[in-house]
Design a binder for this molecule. Sequence first.
Ligand code: GUN
Ligand code: ZN
Length: 377
Amino acid sequence: MYKLINRDGNAKRGEFKTVHGTIQTPVFMNVGTAAAIKGAVSTMDLQEMKTQVELSNTYHLHVRPGDQVVKKLGGLHKFMNWDKPILTDSGGFQVFSLAGLRKIKEEGVYFSSHIDGHKIFMGPEESMQIQSNLASTIAMAFDECPPHPATREYMQNSVDRTTRWLLRCKAEMDRLNSLEDTINKHQMLFGINQGGTFEDIRIEHAKLISELDLDGYALGGLAVGESHEEMYRIIEETVPYLPIEKPVYLMGVGTPANILEAVDRGVDFFDCVYPARNGRHGHAYTNQGKMNLMNAKYELDDKPIEEGCNCPACKHYSRAYIRHLLKAKEMLGLRLMVTHNLYFYNNMMEEIRDAIENNRYKEYKKAKLDGFLINDK
Ligand code: GUN
Ligand code: ZN
């Protein structure tokens, strides 16, 4: 259940109650695709990094180790030792971005596994069954993430099918939540709005899915090649047609600047691989923009990545040491980088929540964005 605590312009400060605890929004979910945060970060580490929600993927866990295995071991929370909320993406997006030889039909998608090529079918019912076996807190509806650019005709057909799939997801989730041996009988369902950059298709779809009284609503099919300005425009035009008393989740986005802009347009939930991926490549997020730790100028620099940062990496280690670890390809280097970057994102979300609560979001956003420009030349 979502409770709106304050509104500052269009920015929302909320609380989302789940069976696995209350999520303070806006929130950044930390991506652990295959039930692990890349960069050797454990769920114990996440507790120190202000992580509120872990995100895993239906498709990956279905392929390996198998959702039946996870179910037999008591569900994803027990399996990975994380008792806070978990959101699982439906497989829709991953099937389209990863798997080979897809065939989209009314019943679902036929594709081959990216691990061993074996043939798999996934439709709305299968996706819900897998997510129910994983027993995540929040399940995402099975959708098509259409390519960009797409013709208007392709987009309309795709969105119509995604709507029919959503109705099937809802019916299947209701059925699964009522079964005796379901682990999380309170699993929640978020619907996904699609429509690419066609704002009228987006708005019509948003109106349709808003009537279904789902637990939350996501904007999908963004950050797939359109410009940032186009993405902001679509968010701005679509969010007003989603229920204000429900959380809005912008899928797969984005940079700190993207998040600051999207919060200003009413978005509550985010996820993105950037902090972990950039960390693994030696790029640290700071309030003065991104820093490349591989740079020779940090060889003798005994300051932390960011002065004043309370993350486990900055509290205990220097730029020079982390640079050395990265150069020597020591796992610890990646781990410290990812730790700092995830902390940076989670901490920024805390600042965002504080700014909205105190009706100073616009000033906060401007100051933060101005800071990022320092190293962004
Ligand atoms: N992750 C990023 N974009 C999308 C999307 O459009 N659909 C789903 N299911 N996941 C996503
Ligand atoms: Zn730090």
